[in-house]
Design a protein around this ligand. Structure first.
Ligand code: SF4
Ligand code: SF4
Length: 349
């Protein structure tokens, strides 16, 4: 990460009333068939062109966004993804997800980004492939992690915690930490059936995945808090783990949702919403003008009392959604930037 970018990231992190984080679901194309996912079931070929994506990135820059996570579908299936990642990485802390199937082919493009998250749900190949709905998914993901690490790309592994893998997450985490691979968690959640706009829907209700063993979830949070004392490659904060513990032990939410405040999402057509469960409220191109509008202020108030989901990324950015939280996140990025700067710059540019 260039020093100039690090300085700009810290500067933008400290600006009040600006959104820190955007998740951009670049495409709904996907080559996997995950059981807990709606994306591959509801396809839509209408997408922004490359030049529109670049224009959208300029709008996000104008708005003061610090961090972009590209997801999908599989974002690496998006046409001209190389160009998009290169452009995004110039200005934003850029993360891209892959299900493990495309990363090796796209390794040159991935050298631009700050972080690549490979989704993998189990150390057991059969269980992982069952969840992903595709044979060979485990092998491809493991190969992708190894190849990216060898080629100097900052790669992490991202399991979605569900009832199916809850009891193995500690072992899973240890396994990858021992290999020097950071772990970044998702939590199984699903979109409520009241979502009319299926083109926006991601999580599909599946009883197999629903966490029913609340005690095990609380114990997992305790274990991860203890493990974080020894290893800062566990990409989750204690504050978030404490919030999850309270939620799974008493059902109480200790956070107020900050959708359309500190975070928002963009879909493959460039529509913006507070989160993917809410209706689109703007086009990405209009966002800098509409961000401070009364309409958005009203929506923020509505979302702040919503308890419609437990998607981990949304809880994360809700908990850390103020200047103090941004300072903490900026410190994390600074720490990561230092890690990156330790390695030869030629690997990243
Ligand atoms: S969870 Fe991701 S990889 Fe799996 S089908 Fe959905 S979009 Fe594809
Ligand atoms: S709690 Fe927040 S992120 Fe979840 S559905 Fe409601 S507005 Fe969206």
């Amino acid at each position: 990460m260039a020093l100039e970018k690090v300085a700009s990231v810290v500067f933008r992190s400290l600006a009040p009333n600006r959104p820190h984080h955007a998740q951009w679901m670049l495409t709904r194309k996907c080559n996997y068939r995950c059981k807990g996912c709606n994306v591959w079931r509801e396809q839509d070929a209408t997408e922004l062109s490359t030049s529109e994506v670049i224009r959208g990135l300029d709008a996000l820059r104008k708005l003061g966004v610090v961090e972009i996570v590209f997801s999908g579908g599989n974002p690496l299936l998006k046409e001209d993804i190389d160009m998009i990642l290169e452009y995004s990485s110039r200005f934003f802390v850029t993360t891209v997800y892959d299900n493990g199937s495309m990363a090796v082919e796209k390794v040159e493009a991935l050298k631009y980004v700050d972080f690549v998250a490979i989704s993998l749900d189990s150390l057991d190949p059969e269980k992982n492939d069952y969840i992903k709905g595709v044979k060979g998914a485990w092998k491809r993901a493991m190969n992708a992690i190894e190849t990216l690490q060898e080629r100097g790309v900052r790669v992490g592994v991202s399991p979605t915690i569900s009832q199916l893998n809850l009891h193995e997450i500690v072992d899973f985490t240890r396994y990858f930490l021992n290999k020097g691979i950071p772990v970044w968690y998702c939590l199984y959640s699903y979109d409520s059936p009241s979502t009319d706009n299926q083109l926006f829907a991601i999580g599909k209700k599946n009883d197999e995945f629903l966490i029913t063993d609340n005690k095990a979830m609380v114990n997992l949070c305790d274990s991860l808090i203890a493990m974080r004392r020894e290893n800062n490659n566990i990409f989750i904060t204690n504050k978030l783990l404490e919030a999850l513990k309270t939620f799974y032990s008493s059902g109480m939410r200790t956070w107020k949702c900050r959708a359309l405040n500190n975070f928002f999402i963009v879909d493959h057509r460039g529509r913006v919403a507070g989160c993917h469960l809410q209706e689109p409220v703007a086009s990405i191109f209009d966002l800098p003008e509409i961000w401070d509008s009364n309409e958005f202020k009203t929506l923020r108030k509505t979302y702040s009392t919503c308890n419609g989901c437990i998607y981990l990324c949304y809880i994360f950015y809700s908990l850390h959604g103020n200047v103090r939280g941004n300072i903490q996140l900026a410190r994390e990025h600074w720490k990561n930037a230092k890690l990156l700067l330790k390695e030869p710059m030629s690997q990243y540019r």
